[in-house]
Ligand binder design. Structure first.
Ligand SMILES: NC(=O)c1ccc[n+]([C@@H]2O[C@H](COP(=O)([O-])OP(=O)(O)OC[C@H]3O[C@@H](n4cnc5c(N)ncnc54)[C@H](O)[C@@H]3O)[C@@H](O)[C@H]2O)c1
Length: 327
């Protein structure tokens, strides 16, 4: 039996617990949260008074706490030889990411970061269309992810230092997805509200130039209170790939001359599929769809976008995103 300990019982911790319970051979042994009231809301699972006691009782630790707290729990997990699932982003700063990567490499730790788009059928299908050149060579991309602002526990999302704003919360998903499709990013230019001192909401636009020449325009918003939605438009030299979550079962490719390709991926619980991939990794060693280098590279580009919002300048990614290869 794989024994999982969940740290942080907010939105994601609760969701993960539900998913882990559905994976055969996995048991959620208990939870730890600095707000004991949150533990009480979990019901039917042991509450630990200290995280040290939770670590003693589990083989796998699942970190679902605010972003600025990830690093300390990851380092403790590596020290105690636990397999680690941590929600995205890997951590809040590159200094933290460098420390994690160094230690993880030394100890050959098994760590996976929750970049969940790779587990959504719609996005995985777009990636397949890119890989097979179904619509030809991708040139220009427009991608969007919008929602209303969420306070989270103690309004932590409103603190740029803790959350990184909408760029590290929402845009990072699309950055990971695009890097999965196209590889390393060369330059980034971005603008947002939070870096200008606007509070309790954020809205960001970024332009990424990939080493393969693709240009992508990314939109991420916490100012869309009408609800969560995402979309992708990928203009390729032989067709346009598009997806809009308002019509979740249709992924389309439009070709000149009116020939259309349509796909109807069955909706699955992407978090469950993601956590199954992680558990399989802990059991068999088979690298999941996403490794720690991917998460590191994605954080590097996301933080470069955040830097650009502060300086108003284009940021060139100096390190190749994949210099510190883990495998
Ligand atoms: N993959 C996704 O789609 C997705 C979606 C939302 C959030 N996230 C990520 O998940 C993580 C958690 O976000 P959330 O929305 O669940 O936040 P949340 O505010 O809903 O929950 C966080 C929980 O952590 C607890 N907590 C705070 N500091 C702690 C500490 N030091 N130690 C232990 N517990 C602590 C809080 O009391 C709260 O219960 C973040 O890193 C966020 O970026 C991922």
């Amino acid at each position: 039996m794989d024994r999982v300990g969940v740290i942080g019982c907010g939105k994601m911790g609760f969701k993960h617990m539900d998913c882990f319970r559905r994976i055969p051979g996995v048991k959620v042994v208990g939870v730890f949260d600095t707000n004991t009231q949150k533990c009480n809301e979990c019901g039917g699972v042991k509450h630990y008074d200290t995280v040290a006691d939770l670590f003693k009782d589990c083989d796998i630790v699942d970190i679902c706490t605010p972003t600025n707290t990830h690093k300390d729990y990851i380092m403790e997990g590596i020290k105690l030889k636990k397999a680690i699932f941590v929600e995205k982003p890997l951590c809040r700063t590159m200094e933290e990411a460098n420390a994690i990567l160094k230690e993880a490499k030394k100890k050959k730790a098994k760590i996976m970061v929750g970049h969940i788009l790779r587990y959504f059928n719609q996005y995985a299908n777009i990636k397949r269309l890119v890989d097979t050149k179904a619509a030809g060579k991708p040139c220009v991309v427009r991608i969007s992810r919008v929602n209303g602002f969420r306070r989270g526990s103690n309004n932590w999302f409103s603190s740029l230092e803790k959350s990184g704003g909408v760029i590290l919360d929402l845009m990072i998903h699309d950055i990971d997805f695009l890097m999965w499709c196209f590889g390393d990013v060369e330059r980034v230019y971005a603008m947002n509200l939070m870096s200008k001192g606007v509070q309790n909401t954020d809205y960001a636009l970024a332009v990424l130039r990939f080493k393969n020449g693709v240009i992508a325009h990314l939109e991420a918003s916490w100012a869309h209170y009408s609800g969560f939605r995402t979309s992708v438009e990928m203009a390729c030299d032989k067709g346009l790939i598009s997806y809009d979550s308002r019509n979740p079962n249709t992924l389309a490719v439009e070709f000149a001359g009116g020939r259309n390709f349509k796909d109807s991926p069955v909706d699955e619980n992407a978090t469950l599929v993601e956590l199954k991939d992680f558990i399989n990794y802990t059991r068999s060693g088979k690298i999941p769809k996403l490794d720690i280098d991917d998460a590191y590279g994605c954080l590097e580009v996301s933080l470069a976008a955040l830097e650009s919002t502060k300086t108003g300048k284009v940021v060139t990614i100096k390190k190749a995103n994949s210099k510190l290869k883990y495998k």
